[in-house]
Design a binder for this molecule. Sequence first.
Ligand SMILES: Nc1ncnc2c1ncn2[C@@H]1O[C@H](COP(=O)(O)OP(=O)(O)OP(=O)(O)O)[C@@H](O)[C@H]1O
Length: 403
Amino acid sequence: MKILAAMSGGVDSAVAAARAVEAGHEVVGVHLALSRMPGTLRTGSRGCCTLEDSMDARRVCAQLGIPFFVWDFSERFKEDVVDDFIAEYEAGRTPNPCMRCNEKIKFAALLERAVSLGFDAVVTGHYARVITNDDGNRELHRAADWAKDQSYVLGVLTHEQLKHAWFPLATTPSKAEVRAEAERRGFSVAKKPDSYDICFIPEGDTRAWLGEHIQMRPGMIKDTSGNVVGEHPGAQGFTVGQRKGLALGTPAPDGKPRFVLEIRPKTNEVIVGSRELLSIDEIRGIRATWAGIPVPEAEHFLAQEPKLGARSETFDVTAQVRAHADPVRGTAHLEWAEDTDAETPGKLRVETVVRLHDGLFGVAPGQTMVLYQGTRVLGQSTIARAYSLAREDLDDLRENAAV
Ligand SMILES: Nc1ncnc2c1ncn2[C@@H]1O[C@H](COP(=O)(O)OP(=O)(O)OP(=O)(O)O)[C@@H](O)[C@H]1O
């Protein structure tokens, strides 16, 4: 096969590319230049956008004896990942830029170009398994090493994309083995540290970075009864569930610590309350994508005419709401609901509704909910709302808090 190896300059993609070469494929290495200012990013450190990374990738390809190219995707990365990240925070949500990058850059822009150039598959150093089931369909599964498993950030991949994705590290028992293999192969990147969470944020200080990119305005911090309990330098710098950095002068009347419950960009307010008020047991996701063939319950439902309130049969899932969060068990269904983001009233959208068996704390709108059955990824959706059915009056309290 003709394989394009996506080379970050890190140890994982180096070993993944080496395995593709060893398996006898015709491999070409490509490093994506994602930053418009590569020289300014984490020099001497580790991201996926530095000049140093591109040099490391080049060296590995030279050692493997394969061609190497740098493709400049910085414009698309800025538009599809960085600008979206800023817009989501501006709207008071908490996005996952790595998923967005997988969706728009690595398995869209890169994959499309690779396929149009005649490549059969793109190889990356992600830890996740793609298997072909008995019906000949592709399925995405968790990696053998659950500690390194990256199936969550790949939850955005569609069946078509999975047909062209190859993750050679899928079955490697541990990252330590990958490093040992890199050492044996003589790769200079064998001991290179793992990448940071968000490659375009130097030093990893998201709040400071947002402060430079969003016009922050000071505003009020309120409790759920609408009382002003403090001031903030800009609502968009906060995340639901956050406790640190609130700088509330006086303690709460009940003496309990207060957490961010909600961010209201329109009124520039941050609503705070006790930890119990962060507990949720139902999540509604929008803009779902399905990794492969969806469950029969979803497939049957999606084939029917849209009707407000119509629901699919339920199906058992485990839901994961953050890259490093534990998956939690629940029951899911799809539902036609009013699209509250639409400009024209009455527009409908499909929502993925998950009722959790044990509940969760501090789930923010904008986060991605990936649904699994066992080790298999079913698909993902963006969290629009997360709430407690057992505490239905909370929404009313929050509404009143703005008055
Ligand atoms: N700038 C880039 N150019 C090409 N491919 C990339 C780039 N950044 C990431 N990738 C691909 O996506 C995979 C996962 O990226 P991630 O940022 O999660 O790095 P990682 O798990 O630390 O892997 P690595 O050790 O290869 O950097 C990489 O293994 C690589 O195949």
